[in-house]
Each structure stands twice: as C-alpha cells, then as structure tokens.
Ligand binder design. Structure first.
Ligand SMILES: [Zn+2]
Length: 418
C-alpha cells in the first residue's frame, strides 16, 4: 500500500486552514491530517515548504475541444460570433484528431491552473475521452446534442465510463434545441442517472426568443422539461428574475457562473450574490477559450470576487473563502459528487500546491486571500489527481506540450485561410 504524507505550511482541510501539517494519503484516498511526524513514521514524506495545499479546482463549464480556435474571432456580438465564425469553422475543421489535440491543449492549460476536474461539453466524445484519460485528470465528457437526438444517443449508449472519466449529456440550449429533444435528453439522463449539462438564460436575445416561441421564460420552460429534477448543471443563468430565482431555489438548481465569458460577450450580469443568498448552488466555469479567452480558474475566481463586489456595491460580497468554495465544494455538488471538492478523510486525493515563493506572494497572512486576489497560475507548482501527480514542479507529467503546440500551429493555418 502506498502511503504519502504531504507537508505544507497551510492546508485547506475541511473548510479551515490548518497550519504546518501533513496531508495523509493512502493510495488515492485522503486518510486525515497530522502535525506529529512520529505518528506517521510509516508514511513517505513529501515536503512543500512555503506553500499551501488546496482541494483541486473544478471547472464546471467548458468546451475543451475549441482550444485551437482561441482568439481567431473576438469583439463580436454573441449571435454573429456563433453564426458567422464559430459554427462555420467547426463545420469545416472538426475531426476526431482536432478535438483530441484541442482538448489536450485546454487540459494542459487547465492543469497549470490547479484544475483537477473538468465538465466538458463538445463533440467527438470518444476523442475528448482519450484526451482526458491521457491528461490524468478527472472529467465529464459531454455528448453535444443540437437537433439529432438519436445520433447522439447511439454513441452515448456505447460510451464506457472509466475511473476518472464520466459521461454527461449536453443539449446545447433551449434556443437551439427543440423542446421535445431537450425533454428526451432529460429523460435519458434520468434513466441512466448521468449528468445533464446545458446552457440556460445566457442572453437577453435568448429570453426574447423563448418568450416569443413558448410564451415562457427560459427558466420556466427548463423547469417543464424536468431538467431541475435530475442531476444537472446549468451554465450562465444571467437573465433570471425573482420568480425564476424562486423556482431555482425550490428545485436546488446547480449553476455554473462564467463571469469572464459573460463580460467578453456582453451577455449581462448574473445575480450571483442573490442566487447564493437564495441557496441556489453556484459553481464556476470558464466557458470555452473562444469567449474568455483563457482557462485559468485562478484568474476566473479573482474576476468573480472583484466583479460581484462592484456589482453589489459591497466590498464584503463574495469573499475569498466563498469564491474558493464555489470552485471546489459547490462544483462537486453541481456534478452530483460527494467524493471530491474538499480535503477530508475518505475523499479522493485531488489537490494542488500553491507556492508563496514569488515576490507578489510575499509575505503571507491569509493563504486563501492570496489564492483569490494575487496568485497567478505560475504560482501553482504541483497537481495531484486520485492520489497521483499530473504536474510536479511546474512540469506536466502526462502531456507533451511541444507536440500539442506543433499540431495547433499547423491547424491554425487552415483557420486563418478561411
Ligand atoms: Zn458554453
């Protein structure tokens, strides 16, 4: 049996910072915490001096397979961006290989930001699965559904989940997927007890389209599909009013807040503080690289905290600990998991190490405050998933970054040529 004790000056253990202790891990499971080295003489000791250990960050809304399309079409309204740039490029370029390498590119960036689990939504699910398995982190491969449910269903039926990779079904949104197909997806997710992952109430245009077509608001219509009654996570939830919030609170809806995407596409401002106050579960997602344009969860947490203080005219809103919990334990709850998202006895050993060596991290009073307000991805040195390292001392152990960069540069030539 492999037993490791990871020392750090600070460990965020069961919602509290514990000083100068060892996180105890046997195989892939956390066994506890100890500050007494004599108690743990049968453990191999790994030292992370001048560092903190945090539970791995969980990105609850992403389109990993878009990685190679980063930055080719910016500064456009959402519908123009989708109709004239993203969707035509996807139709032209998407292949299993493209998705595999794009997903790996996105995963490499994610790991460097302390991410140990991703909730993905895209196409070519089997290629996305291969990439996630190669990276060594945990992930949900989402079967994208637009208007052909039967085709998606056939491949979803054949999909085999593994230790680290789970399946989800991803109807795109109510404004792109007919109501009956959305309902079929909900029924399929309920029957197989898998996660449903979709976009909801992202833009004012979406609200107007749904109101005109169905005479209902997006949240009301989504409620009618039964989606709030099965394991499910809803990206964005920007345009929601008080009556939407009542439904979402009653149904304990799980949301993924994508602040940087909402800001970049000028989609509007999600009432996150009000949702949290109403006991709606809010986690954090980056969305894809085409609308962010990076996958840094460290950066995303900072933006979430800063934006909602300004938005609420309240410097105490969304404090550092609340935001960290959104990216860890709220996220695990959104994915219907009770084995990840927190460092505690019996949970899976998914964690990252934050170094305080850099000048902008010196000195340290409150490690959570440093993580949210001044850390950069480059301060993350080590990442462990399921008890195994996937990054050590800033080096990715499972992904060949040079190979991915070469592939991406070649493919980018086709995108530029149109
Ligand atoms: Zn999205």
């Amino acid at each position: 049996m492999k037993k490791f004790a990871y020392y750090a000056d600070f460990i965020y253990y069961n919602d509290e910072i514990v000083n100068k202790s060892y996180l105890l891990v046997e195989n892939n499971i956390i066994k506890g915490i100890s500050s007494n080295i004599e108690e743990i003489s049968d453990y191999s000791i790994i030292m992370f001096n001048n560092s903190a250990i945090f539970p791995g960050l969980i990105n609850t809304h992403n389109h990993l397979g878009m990685g190679i399309m980063r930055g080719f079409a910016d500064d456009l309204p959402l519908m123009t961006w989708l109709n004239d740039y993203i969707w035509p490029t996807e139709r032209k370029l998407l292949s299993g290989d493209f998705v595999y390498y794009s997903t790996l590119l996105s995963l490499a960036e994610s790991i460097r930001s302390g991410v140990t689990c991703v909730n993905d939504m895209y196409f070519f699910a089997n290629n996305a699965k291969m990439a996630i398995e190669k990276s060594g982190i945990r992930g949900y491969v989402g079967f994208g559904v637009l208007d052909n449910f039967d085709k998606a269903l056939k491949s979803a039926d054949k999909f085999e989940e593994s230790d680290l990779v789970s399946l989800s079904i991803c109807p795109h949104a109510l404004y792109t997927v007919p109501f009956d197909i959305m309902k079929q997806c909900v029924d399929y997710a309920s029957k197989r007890n898998i996660l449903l992952h979709t976009h909801l109430a992202e833009t004012k245009d979406e609200e107007n389209i749904i109101l005109a077509k169905y005479g209902k608001r997006p949240v009301e219509l989504m409620n009618e599909t039964g989606a709030f009654d099965c394991p499910s996570v809803f990206a964005h939830c920007v345009h929601i009013n008080d009556s939407d919030m009542k439904i979402m609170s009653k149904k304990q809806v799980n949301t993924s807040h994508c602040i940087e995407s909402n800001l970049k596409l000028a989609s509007g401002f999600s009432p996150v503080k009000q949702m949290l106050d109403a006991n709606i579960n809010v986690s954090i997602g980056t969305d894809g690289v085409c609308s962010n344009n990076d996958l840094s969860m460290v950066g995303e947490m900072r933006t979430v905290s800063l934006f909602h203080k300004a938005f609420n005219n309240d410097a105490t809103a969304l404090d550092a600990k609340t935001v960290l919990n959104m990216a860890t334990k709220n996220a695990a709850k959104a994915l219907n998991r009770d084995d990840i998202g927190v460092l505690y006895e019996g949970k899976k050993a998914d964690f990252f190490v934050l170094s305080f060596d850099s000048i902008h991290m010196t000195p340290v009073y409150n490690p959570i405050s440093h993580l949210i307000y001044n850390a950069k991805d480059s301060d993350i040195t080590d990442v462990y998933v399921n008890g195994k390292p996937v990054m050590q001392n800033r080096k990715l152990l499972k992904i060949d970054e040079e190979e991915i960069k070469n592939y991406a540069r070649e493919k980018a030539k086709n995108i530029i040529q149109g």
